[in-house]
Write a protein of this length. Structure first.
Length: 390
C-alpha cells in the first residue's frame, strides 16, 4: 500500500512538472509573438510577475523590454517590471558573494536590463569591471567602470573603493576624474570610503598649491565629525587605532607638512599640537613618527632665520652636557645644554623619574615651548649629562 502511494505521488509530481514546462514554453512562444493584444499582455504580465520571473533570464532582453513597455502603455502598469527589479537586486547581492566566471554572460544580460530600466545595480558593474581588470582586459574593464564612476556618483556608497582604485590605474587623467567625483558627489552622509577617495586625490596633487590645502580641509570637515561619532562610546582607557582615526591623523599630518613647507610655522605648530591630541585620543601611535619628523623638518627650516636651532640637527641618541649650575635637578627648572660642538640651547625640565629619566622641552623662538625630549641623566667626571634616548 505504501509503495503504491509513493508511486502515485511520483506520477502526480511528474505530470505537474511537465505541465509547468509546457506552460512556460507556451509563455515564451507568446512573449516573442510579433503583435501582442491587451489580453495577451495581461496574461504575460501575470505569469512573469510571479515565481516565473526567473524564466525571463533565458529570453532575449529585447522581448523583456518590449513586454514591460507595452504593458505600461496598454495596462497603465507593469507587475513584471516591479518583480524583475526585486529579483535582479536579490540576484546581484548573491553574485557579489558567490561570483562565478561561467555566469559572466548572465551578469552582462542582467546589467543591460538594470541600466535600461534605471534599477539599482547594487554593485553588479563593479563585479564586471573587476573581473575584466583581473583578466587584463583594459577595454572591457573601462567600459564597466565608466558606467559607475561618473559625475554625480555618490561617494557615500559602500564597497566601491577597491573598484575605483583599479579604475584609476587604467587612466591617464585620474586627477581630473577624482576631482569630478568628489566635487559632484551628494554631500549628505559620509563614510570612510569617501575619505579614502579624498586621500587618493590629495596624494596626487602638487603639495605646494592652495588646491592641495583646499581638499585637505574638505576632507577634515568630513572626517572629524565621523571620528567624534565613532569615539562617543569610548572609555578613558580604550585604545582604538581604527582606520577612520588613522585617516584623521593622516590628514592632519599632511596639513602640517603643507604649512611647514610654506614656512607658516605658527600654524604648523598648532597642527602639531592638534595631531598630538588626536594620536593620544585614538591610540594611533604610528603617527608619532610622522609628527616628529615634520617637527624637526620645521626646526631645520626655521634655522635659516634662527641659527640657534641648528642645535637640533641630528640629536638622536646624542649626549649633552648640562652647563647650568644646579646640584639637584627639579621639575620647572630652566637648564642650558651644550652639544659636542659647543652649541647651546635652553630647556625646561618637565618631569624626573627614578632620579635618572628626565623629560625636557626646548624654549623655541617664535613658537614657545617645543616638543618633549626624553633623556637619561649620566654623571661622568663630576659633570652632568643628558642623553637623548631617541
Amino acid at each position: 500500500m505504501k509503495k503504491n502511494n509513493i508511486d502515485c505521488s511520483t506520477i502526480v509530481q511528474n505530470v505537474y512538472l511537465k505541465f509547468i514546462k509546457y506552460l512556460g514554453d507556451k509563455m515564451k512562444e507568446l512573449l516573442v509573438k510579433e503583435n501582442l493584444v491587451k489580453e495577451e499582455l495581461s496574461l504575460l504580465d501575470e505569469y512573469y510577475s510571479s515565481e516565473h520571473v526567473d524564466e525571463l533570464l533565458v529570453v532575449d532582453n529585447k522581448y523583456i523590454v518590449r513586454l514591460i513597455e507595452l504593458t505600461e502603455k496598454e495596462l497603465g502598469f507593469s507587475l513584471t517590471k516591479t518583480e524583475l527589479k526585486s529579483y535582479l537586486l536579490t540576484l546581484t547581492f548573491e553574485y557579489r558573494v558567490f561570483f562565478c566566471e561561467d555566469d559572466i554572460n548572465l551578469y552582462i544580460k542582467m546589467l543591460e536590463l538594470i541600466y535600461y530600466f534605471s534599477f539599482d545595480d547594487a554593485g553588479l558593474a563593479y563585479i564586471l569591471g573587476d573581473y575584466y581588470f583581473n583578466n587584463n582586459n583594459k577595454t572591457e574593464a573601462l567600459k564597466y567602470y565608466k558606467l559607475i564612476f561618473k559625475k554625480g556618483f555618490n561617494l557615500s556608497n559602500e564597497e566601491y573603493f577597491y573598484s575605483l582604485s583599479r579604475y584609476l590605474e587604467l587612466l591617464d587623467n585620474k586627477i581630473n576624474v577624482l576631482k569630478e567625483l568628489i566635487d559632484s558627489s551628494p554631500k549628505e552622509e559620509y563614510n570612510i570610503e569617501f575619505i579614502d577617495t579624498y586621500l587618493l586625490l590629495i596624494n596626487c596633487l602638487d603639495k605646494k598649491t592652495e588646491e592641495y590645502l583646499k581638499y585637505i580641509d574638505e576632507a577634515l570637515t568630513i572626517t572629524t565629525p565621523l571620528v567624534r561619532d565613532y569615539q562617543k562610546d569610548y572609555t578613558n582607557d580604550m585604545i582604538s587605532d581604527s582606520d577612520i582615526e588613522r585617516n584623521l591623523c593622516e590628514l592632519l599630518s599632511l596639513k602640517m607638512e603643507y604649512y611647514v613647507f610654506i614656512k607658516d610655522y605658527l600654524t604648523a605648530y598648532e597642527l602639531y599640537n592638534e595631531l598630538t591630541k588626536e594620536i593620544r585620543l585614538s591610540g594611533c601611535t604610528r603617527y608619532y613618527h610622522a609628527r616628529d619628523l615634520l617637527y624637526y623638518q620645521m626646526l631645520k627650516s626655521m634655522s635659516e632665520e634662527y641659527p640657534e636651532l641648528k642645535f637640533f640637527d641630528n640629536i638622536s641618541n646624542k649626549m649633552f652636557k648640562i652647563i647650568s649650575d644646579f646640584d639637584v635637578l627639579k621639575p620647572n627648572q630652566q637648564i642650558v645644554l651644550e652639544d659636542e660642538n659647543g652649541k647651546t640651547f635652553k630647556f625646561v625640565i618637565i618631569n624626573i623619574r627614578d632620579n635618572k629619566d628626565v623629560d625636557i622641552v626646548p624654549i623655541l623662538p617664535l613658537l614657545g615651548i617645543g616638543c618633549f625630549i626624553y633623556t637619561t641623566l649620566i654623571i661622568k667626571n663630576n659633570n652632568k649629562y643628558l642623553k637623548n634616548l631617541f
